[in-house]
Design a protein around this ligand. Structure first.
Ligand SMILES: Nc1ncnc2c1ncn2[C@@H]1O[C@H](COP(=O)(O)OP(=O)(O)OP(=O)(O)O)[C@@H](O)[C@H]1O
Ligand SMILES: [Mg+2]
Length: 263
């Protein structure tokens, strides 16, 4: 894994997971001995329903506390940060951002307001301060406008209507935070094809500019076309890793997940 060459001349942070265990009601749902994410610009994390993918991502964000083990951010420069010792709201400060498989409730804020509020919260942890940082606010507002236009939101000053629009809004929120390490949990589930393509385009651009991206998806066309490397998770453990061509043909992946006859 670590021997694969980097595809771009930019340095990215990595995340190291060691002996990370999580149980719910006495049942172990994640048990990862050793895994490094971020050796490649875009990595896929795949596996059957209930394999533990979302739980592992939540453990990285520390929104699900670990029973035991350590998760460490390894920045390309600067000191290592023990993420499993940090509060969730400190993650964005270190550039680690995650999208949500299940979408937050946007019913009380317009699309525009919810974007600005999440930016303000992440940057300052004090929403009102963004309004005193006028230049930064303008810069971010421009970026927000660009994304809302790119993804063709019907009415940015109205409320998110469909499940797809809420999902996109959550992803745009992640993009706007200018993540150094971006975790996407089923970013394109339920999106029409043209929006899936656009999400993939932004992910590629971010990765080319130096963001490390890990994508969980059941839409394997997304995984095979985006990922430089794919990790396969089953029954709580990451049991295989390799390039997409190798993983999609691997006997274990076919048996436990893809089924015979897939393409
Ligand atoms: N808060 C919780 N309480 C109890 N059990 C949980 C909780 N969160 C997850 N689980 C269980 O942990 C296991 C792993 O779930 P997880 O959501 O991480 O899987 P996943 O790989 O993301 O699946 P999917 O592909 O369906 O999203 C499942 O059996 C799930 O029911
Ligand atoms: Mg999941």
């Amino acid at each position: 894994m670590a021997d694969l060459p980097d595809t771009a001349a930019v340095t990215r942070p990595r995340i190291r997971i060691e002996n990370a265990v999580k149980s719910f009601s006495g049942r172990v749902v994640v048990d990862v001995d050793e895994l490094v994410l971020g050796d490649q610009p875009i990595e896929g994390l795949i596996g059957p329903n209930g394999a533990g993918k979302t739980t592992l991502m939540r453990m990285i964000m520390h929104s699900t506390p670990l029973d035991s083990g350590t998760i460490t951010l390894l920045p390309p420069d600067g000191e290592d940060v023990v993420l499993s010792g940090l509060r969730t709201h400190r993650m964005a400060h270190h550039g680690v951002v995650k999208s949500n498989q299940v979408i937050m409730d946007f019913e009380k804020l317009t699309i525009w307001d919810s974007l600005l509020l999440s930016l303000a919260k992440a940057k300052y942890e004090q929403p009102q301060r963004i309004y005193s940082e006028r230049d930064l606010f303008e810069e971010q507002a421009d970026a927000a406008r660009w994304y809302l236009d790119f993804f063709s939101f019907d009415d940015p000053f109205g409320y998110a209507q469909s499940a797809g629009e809420k999902k996109l809004l959550d992803i745009v929120r992640c993009f706007l935070l200018e993540p150094k390490f971006l975790l996407l949990d089923e970013p394109t589930a339920g999106l029409p094809e043209e929006l899936t393509e656009k999400v993939m385009q932004v992910v590629r651009d971010l990765a080319a500019a130096g963001t490390a991206v890990v994508v969980v998806e059941h839409d394997l066309n997304v995984i095979w076309s985006l990922s430089d490397e794919v990790h396969f998770m089953a029954e709580g453990s990451v049991i295989l890793g390799g390039d997409p061509q190798t993983i999609r043909k691997h006997k274990t992946v076919v048996e436990k997940y893809l089924g015979e006859g897939h393409v």
